[in-house]
Ligand binder design. Structure first.
Ligand code: NAI
Length: 471
């Protein structure tokens, strides 16, 4: 029953939590980090890193399929997915070891177990190797993250019905798969499976996949998915499924529509916060009706000594990089330094499907819904030399600016991209939106030739009034 004390105690060692710990330690604060599983959290072990590694596996496979276009003949491609799985694990394990080293170098104490905030604001470790330990700290940061949501009628068994957690551990690929939910996770997994040769059906409850993305971007993704053979059923209400005796395949029932026979169901219908058992009665921390922790823009909860960051925070995008940004805001707030809250309307989004999607700022529809008069320019990747060279021309860049009284484009409000490597290109668009650049200011900047980023440059020139290639 060890008693510890520190300036800051962080509950949860995912991107929000470990970033808080590292940044606080860099500022000279003593830090204790409590983690029930492995530091790195969902992002490193069951999310961003393994998922993108699998998407890269699919990319390698695609490249092999197109080797003939470049004059290379290869034999039939033989896939051993267990090797792909073990490469993914190597990437994750290397990152995990690196993170443990970073925490050690900053002399951050890591306690193993589940942390709970008590009414007197001590934190107890209720299970795990350090069960029974207590921590008394100047400030507590809640960073317990989120877990996949499930839906009635689709009990997760880890093999026939899976969420992202189990999907990323599979050692062989399903031949027919249904993905329930066409959001970021659903589209990434559907895209990867499609490229690796599975028959894929996406069942999305809303009228479109990737709700929240600009419709020009969604159209590019949807067109490409369908062209490659994916079945996308929108407005689809799934009511349950009937597995065969061996539970090796199942038939999904869709209200008012045809059944779908598959050998794997991936449920990707959003993530819920992990706050069960986190707070004792009387901490003063507010939880909303969906279980998320309520904070102000400085990541402070209703109790001024308690902060929260990452997926567990109410009303904020569930993105690792948002967790990193919130960690910095929380630590600076604890230190009493001046800090600008995260502008959630202008964070970068990156979806690593094929084609990729990346965006920042308002969509055209959102700008119009706010009553903003806009000027919009789009440029497809078809005319981009580098896109032709790499043989990947499906995509578009779209930039939205406010319309000035004289009709010209003023401040850039949104940058939306779909296509090759756009997740690596969005940086420029992110700066344009967040530095509140005007179309002319951003258009003056030169993009290297030949590069995929020229399509963004071309779109800006057109937006500023006169394009080289775009009207
Ligand atoms: P999501 O909220 O992005 O998408 C879930 C989708 O499932 C929605 O389109 C919703 O309409 C649909 N849905 C919900 N219930 C349904 C039902 N019963 N039947 C059919 N469709 C249903 O959630 P997702 O994709 O699970 O991702 C979780 C979180 O993780 C999101 O906040 C996402 O932004 C984030 N994330 C972001 C990534 C990225 O940016 N690359 C990658 C992975 C996750």
């Amino acid at each position: 029953m060890a008693s510890h004390s520190s300036d800051v105690v962080v509950i949860g060692g995912g991107p929000g939590g470990y970033a808080t710990a590292l940044y606080a330690a860099a500022a000279g604060l003593s830090v204790i980090l409590i983690e029930r599983d492995k530091v790195g959290g969902t992002c490193l072990h069951r999310g961003c890193i393994p998922a993108k590694e699998f998407l890269e596996t699919a990319h390698v496979y695609r490249t092999i399929q197109h080797a003939g276009d470049f004059g290379f003949s290869t034999g039939p491609t033989i896939s051993d997915f267990s090797v792909s799985q073990s490469r993914k694990n190597d990437v994750v394990n290397t990152m995990h070891t690196g993170l443990l080293g970073l925490l050690k170098n900053r002399t951050i104490t890591v306690l193993e177990g589940t942390g709970r905030l008590e009414a007197d604001l001590t934190v107890s470790v209720v299970d795990g190797a350090d069960a029974g330990s207590t921590v008394t700290a100047g400030h507590t940061v809640l960073a317990t993250g989120s877990v996949p949501r499930t839906i009635p009628g689709f009990e997760v068994d880890g093999s026939l019905v899976v969420t992202s957690d189990e999907f990323l551990d599979m050692t062989s690929l399903p031949s027919k798969v249904a993905v329930i939910g066409g959001g970021a996770i659903g589209c990434e997994f559907a895209s990867m499976l499609l490229d690796m040769g599975s028959e894929v059906t996406v069942l999305e409850g809303l009228p479109s996949i990737l709700t929240g993305c600009d419709t020009d971007v969604t159209s590019v993704v949807q067109r490409s998915f369908k062209k490659r053979g994916m079945v996308i059923r929108t407005g689809a209400a799934v009511t349950g499924h009937t597995p065969n005796k061996k539970k090796s395949s199942t038939v999904i029932h869709v209200d008012g529509g045809d059944d779908v026979a598959v050998d794997m169901v991936v449920v990707s219908v959003g993530r819920r916060p992990r706050t069960e058992g986190l707070l004792a009665e009387g901490t003063g921390v507010s939880i909303d009706d969906r279980g998320f922790v309520v904070t102000d823009g400085y990541m402070r909860t209703a109790n001024e000594k308690v902060f929260a960051v990452g997926d567990v925070v109410a009303g904020t995008p569930q993105l690792a990089h948002v967790g990193f940004a919130e960690a910095i805001v929380a630590v600076k707030s604890i230190l009493g330094e001046s800090v600008v809250p995260v502008d959630y309307d202008r964070v970068p989004w990156a979806i690593y499907s094929n084609p990729e999607v990346a965006f920042c700022g308002l969509t055209e529809a959102a700008a119009k819904a706010r009553g903003i008069d806009v000027v919009v320019k789009k440029d497809p990747f078809g005319g981009n030399g580098r896109a032709r060279i790499i043989g990947d021309t499906d995509g578009v860049v779209k930039v939205i600016a406010e319309r000035r009284a004289d009709g010209s484009a003023g401040q850039i409000l949104g940058v939306h991209m779909a296509g090759p490597w756009v997740t690596e290109q969005l940086g420029a668009g992110y700066y344009a939106v967040n530095w509140e650049a005007t179309a002319e200011e951003a258009a003056m900047l030169i993009q290297p030739h030949p590069s995929l980023s020229e399509t963004f440059g071309e779109t800006l020139l057109a937006l500023a009034g006169r394009g080289l290639h775009v009207g």
